[in-house]
Design a protein around this ligand. Structure first.
Ligand code: HEC
Length: 155
């Protein structure tokens, strides 16, 4: 079929151009449906920064004179964030016999053990709870902060 160099070049060029054109058309077809209004408040620089990184958005907020120390404190609480990422998996619904967070009856006896002893149970694991609640990278301080956070919910 290909007998001259000119034909070869044509075939090579087409072999690239045709699939490329098809891909571009597909991409355009898919993204064509997504319309973003650049003037909407969701697209403001601050809103975007906040979605990308809640902490830095708070910082820039503060630098701009806004006071959001409360949200910084919430975002930086290591206990709450560890709880939200790991511990809640069992403790929100009481999976595998875990004492439910906020359930005063379930916690009343355990609270008497004190935060130190409870933190040790978590660090070493207890019955169905794996060591560190499975958060193998969490430091002892983080675990303790998460325990304190859980205890604060039954006070
Ligand atoms: C896989 C499920 C699971 C995860 C994840 C988990 N726990 Fe538990 N947790 C349990 C179970 C089950 C118990 C009850 C253990 C028992 O007394 O038999 C428990 C008990 C506890 C207790 C009471 C310990 C005691 O001595 O009575 C504390 C405090 C606790 N968990 C904190 C945490 C913290 C903090 C995390 C996250 C770092 C966490 N748990 C993650 C299942 C889990």
């Amino acid at each position: 079929m290909i007998s001259t160099p000119k034909q070869l070049i044509t075939v090579v060029v087409l072999a690239f151009a045709v699939p490329l054109t098809i891909i571009l058309l597909i991409v355009q077809f898919i993204t064509g449906g997504i319309k973003v209004d650049p003037n909407s408040s969701a697209m403001s620089e601050q809103a975007i920064a906040k979605r990308m990184n809640p902490l830095s958005a708070n910082k820039s907020n503060q630098m701009a004179g806004g006071s959001s120390s409360e949200s910084v404190a919430v975002a930086l609480d290591p206990g709450e964030s560890l709880y939200n990422t790991v511990c809640q998996a069992c403790h929100t619904a009481g999976i595998a016999g875990a004492p439910k967070t906020g359930d005063k009856t379930a916690w009343s006896e355990r609270m008497k053990l004190g935060s130190d002893t409870l933190s040790k149970s978590v660090i070493n694991g207890k019955n169905m709870m794996p060591a560190r609640g499975g958060a193998t990278n969490a430091s002892n301080d983080d675990i303790r902060a998460a325990v304190d956070f859980m205890l604060s919910k039954v006070k």
